[in-house]
Design a protein around this ligand. Structure first.
Ligand SMILES: C[S@@+](CC[C@H](N)C(=O)[O-])C[C@H]1O[C@@H](n2cnc3c(N)ncnc32)[C@H](O)[C@@H]1O
Length: 290
C-alpha cells in the first residue's frame, strides 16, 4: 500500500461489488452500500452508460470480468459460512483487512448481538470511518482495530479490543493475502492459531502460482498483477495448495475445505446466462482450529 493512503484495491473491490449489485440480474452477492463506499472517481465510472455496458458484456465477463467474479464469490462464500458459524454459537466476527466490506451496515439488524471487529490498515480504516460518518451510519456493534500486518501481530492488535480470546471467533480474511509476503500470511495464521479458542474458523482467499495457470487465466492474472501494481499494491503472495495445507495443519488447523476456481464457479456461478464466473487464479480456504 502507498504510505498515508487508503487502499486503492479496497476501493476497486467495492466498485466491482457495486457494479455487480446494480447491473446484474440475480446477483451472487448483493451489496447495496458498495456504491456509496467507493471513491468519487469509481462512482463517476459506474455512472458512465458506455462503461457500464462494456463492464457487463458477456465478452468482458469471460475475460477481465473474472476479477469481479472473484470479488463477489469470496464475499458470498465467507458470509454463507459465517451464517452457519453463527448458528453454532459463534458470536464474534473479525474482518481481517476489512476494506470497504459493508457487512456491518447490511446485517446489524439481523444480528444485533454479534460483536464485529474490523481490523485494517490505519489509512484504509480512517478513510472508511470518515465515509461512514458522512453516511451517518456507524453501527454500535462494530469495533475498529488498526493494524499494519507487516509490523504488528493480529493478536497484539486484537488485545486492544474487546475481542474475547476465551470464546471462538469467525475470521474472514478476503482479498489481502495476495498483497502480503507469504511469510506474513503464515505469521498471521500462526498468531490466530495461538490466541484464538478451539473451534474458531478462518475463511481466506489466496492466489495460486501464476505458472499453474493457462490461456486466458494466465493472461488475465498478468493483467490483474499489472493493474494492482499500478495501484501501488503489487501481488506478492502466491501459494501451492498442498504446501499451504501442510503448513496450516502443523499450526493446528483442520482444512475444512479448499475450493478451486472451478469448484467456486460450479457452486455459485453455475450456467449463468451472463457468463460471470470465478477465476482459476485464486482459491477459497476454510479452516477450523482443533
Ligand atoms: C483488496 S482490499 C480487500 C478488502 C476487503 N476484504 C474486500 O474483500 O473487499 C485489501 C485490504 O488489505 C488491507 N491491507 C493491505 N496491506 C495491509 C497491511 N500491511 N496491513 C493491514 N492491512 C493491509 C488494505 O487496507 C485493504 O483493506
Amino acid at each position: 500500500m502507498k504510505q498515508g493512503q487508503a487502499s486503492r484495491t479496497a476501493l476497486a473491490a467495492a466498485a466491482l461489488r457495486a457494479n455487480h449489485f446494480q447491473n446484474t440480474i440475480n446477483p451472487v452477492f448483493a451489496d447495496p452500500y458498495a456504491y456509496d463506499l467507493t471513491s468519487r472517481s469509481w462512482q463517476k465510472l459506474l455512472t458512465s452508460p458506455r462503461l457500464v455496458k462494456l463492464m457487463n458484456s458477456p465478452a468482458f465477463n469471460r475475460t477481465l470480468g473474472l476479477l469481479s467474479g472473484q470479488v463477489v464469490g469470496r464475499s458470498r462464500y465467507a458470509e454463507d459460512l459465517l451464517q452457519q458459524a453463527l448458528a453454532s454459537q459463534i458470536n464474534q466476527y473479525v474482518l481481517v483487512g476489512a476494506g470497504l466490506d459493508s457487512f456491518a451496515l447490511r446485517q446489524n439488524q439481523r444480528y444485533p448481538d454479534l460483536k464485529i471487529f474490523e481490523v485494517d490498515h490505519p489509512d484504509t480504516q480512517a478513510a472508511k470511518q470518515q465515509k461512514l460518518q458522512q453516511l451517518d451510519n456507524i453501527p454500535a456493534n462494530v469495533e475498529f482495530v488498526a493494524i499494519d500486518f507487516e509490523k504488528e501481530s493480529l493478536a497484539d492488535a486484537l488485545a486492544r479490543s474487546r475481542y474475547q480470546q476465551t470464546a471462538p471467533g469467525f475470521f474472514s480474511w478476503l482479498g489481502t493475502t495476495h498483497y502480503l509476503e507469504p511469510q506474513t500470511t503464515f505469521n498471521t495464521l500462526q498468531h490466530i492459531a495461538s490466541f484464538a479458542a478451539p473451534l474458531s474458523e478462518v475463511v481466506l482467499d489466496y492466489s495460486i502460482h501464476y505458472q499453474a495457470l493457462q490461456g486466458i487465466e494466465r493472461l488475465g492474472s498478468f493483467a490483474v498483477s499489472q493493474f494492482t501494481r499500478f495501484l501501488s499494491e503489487p501481488l506478492v503472495g502466491q501459494f501451492r495448495p498442498a504446501e499451504l495445507h501442510q503448513t496450516v495443519r502443523r499450526m493446528g488447523f483442520e482444512v475444512v475445505e479448499d475450493l478451486s476456481g472451478t469448484a467456486i464457479s460450479e457452486r455459485y456461478f453455475n450456467q449463468r446466462p451472463d457468463h460471470i464466473r470465478h477465476t482459476s487464479a485464486t482459491h477459497l480456504l476454510h479452516l477450523r482450529l482443533m
